[in-house]
Design a protein around this ligand. Structure first.
Ligand code: FAD
Length: 393
């Protein structure tokens, strides 16, 4: 039995046909497609192209700039469905929301220049360069510096874990424009630049892939006297940290929706296998020791999902949703991990065999407890901002 769940805060007449076409499209990219990519650590180009042609990647871009202007709830439901079908939405969510910084803080001229191409997929904005080796989670300690020199900035520094940079035309880059010892608050003096990678690669910007336990196309980026036109500064100089923070609730909600999709895939896959696999002359799913962990994973997924769409609804209504978005991401990433663990256990030895896709999804879903934000940092947020406890760092 495949899990079917309704989505709150959105008209089923609008959402159902969208999800039906997502399902039909995902059916063209079965486990064998993802396994082959995983083996080669290759990029899901055909899948991204198909989703682009389907019009899904411009979901959050307003119609005025060529997108569909859909609410975040619908974007979340699309990503949940992609994961529930066994596909991997990492290369989709990036194109869907990385443009948010440009949309919210860019000038009208910048938006007219870039957004229509991002909406129709002719311009790939998939790369988001924030994390640095020396700063880690402490974003305001980044050292990549941009110095204004006439009509451009000269950028020097290094980024790490910049995913999809090799498959992106544009990159949102966080840099320090005023040294940390010259600002009152450490969150000041940071700025956001839009880097045109088509011009930058080989001209002061070098990309080196990092091989990781999952197929994520992530890279290191080295910047040496890279020239970025001053007109590519997004918003005001010095306010970049605030701009990046502004996008985080949406990012957390979308990632949490992906976790829910993963959890659904694990639960569906585990239930099907538990019903089919016979040991001691009966289906293994007849044993409570097998069915209870799957049932518990389902319960956890439902609870986390309720919070994901509560957060999405608040976001769409323009209400504060920091608490809900953070907790949704925390619980959804744990629900998908627990569902993955029970799915693997249900499969016994076959859970480790590549052809069942369980071990691949298991590796993929582990990431969500670390990136884009690790669990401890969410707990710090809840402790400090929701419970009023002292800041711990
Ligand atoms: C596959 C992958 C893709 C990624 N893609 C991108 C991307 O596209 N763009 C980008 O900018 N970044 C990206 N990242 C980076 C990701 O956001 C970071 O890895 C993540 O935020 C954690 O930072 P860190 O790895 O430096 O860990 P660290 O900051 O070194 O932390 C290590 C551990 O210590 C804990 N810790 C640190 N400080 C505290 C504290 N004060 N209290 C309690 N615990 C603490 C953390 O929770 C973590 O568990 C990606 C990472 C991965 C692995």
């Amino acid at each position: 039995m495949t899990i079917e769940l309704s989505t709150p805060n959105v008209d089923a007449d609008v959402l159902d046909p969208i999800l039906e076409s997502v399902r039909a499209l995902c059916a063209r990219f079965p486990g064998s497609y993802w396994r082959a990519l995983d083996r080669e650590r290759a990029y899901p180009r055909e899948f991204v192209e198909a989703m682009t042609e389907g019009g899904f990647l411009g979901a959050l871009i307003p119609e005025d700039y060529g997108g569909s202007g859909l609410p975040l709830t619908v974007a979340a439901a699309i990503l949940e469905q992609v994961q529930a079908c066994g596909c991997n939405g990492a290369a989709l969510h990036a194109q869907m929301y990385t443009m948010g910084t440009l949309l919210r803080h860019g000038s009208e001229e910048q938006k007219r220049k870039w957004l229509p191409g991002i909406a129709d997929g002719s311009l790939r904005l998939q790369a988001f360069g924030v994390t640095e080796p020396g700063a880690g989670t402490d974003t305001t300690s980044i050292r990549t510096a941009a110095v204004r020199d006439g009509d451009h900035y000269l950028v020097n520094g290094q980024k790490v874990w910049t995913s999809r940079a090799e498959h992106s035309d544009l990159m949102i880059l966080l840099v320090r424009t005023t040294p940390r010892d010259q600002v009152k608050k450490r969150s000041e003096g940071l700025s956001v630049l839009l880097v045109d990678l088509r011009e930058a690669v080989g001209q002061g910007l070098e990309i080196r892939p990092i091989r990781t336990m999952l197929n994520h196309a992530t890279t290191e980026i080295f910047l040496e006297d890279l020239k970025v036109p001053a007109e590519n500064l997004i918003g005001e100089e010095g306010r970049g940290f605030r701009y990046i923070l502004d996008g985080m609730n949406a990012e957390r909600i979308l990632i949490a929706a992906e976790c829910i999709g993963d959890a659904r895939w694990f639960i569906d896959t585990a239930s099907a296998y538990a019903g089919e696999r016979r040991v001691f002359d009966r289906p293994i799913g007849q044993n409570q020791g097998v069915q209870f962990p799957i049932a518990r994973a389902y319960a956890e997924m439902r609870a986390a999902r309720a919070l994901v769409y509560d957060a999405a609804g608040r976001y769409d209504r323009g209400e504060p949703c920091g608490e809900e978005a953070n907790i949704a991401k925390l619980l959804a990433s744990e629900a998908s991990w627990h569902a993955g663990d029970s799915c693997l256990q249900t499969h016994g030895g076959f859970g480790f065999a590549e052809e069942y896709d369980v071990e691949r999804k298991f590796r993929e879903t582990r990431l969500y407890q670390v990136a884009p934000i690790s669990t401890n940092l969410i707990l710090s947020y809840v402790a400090e901002h929701v419970l009023g406890l002292p800041r711990s760092y």
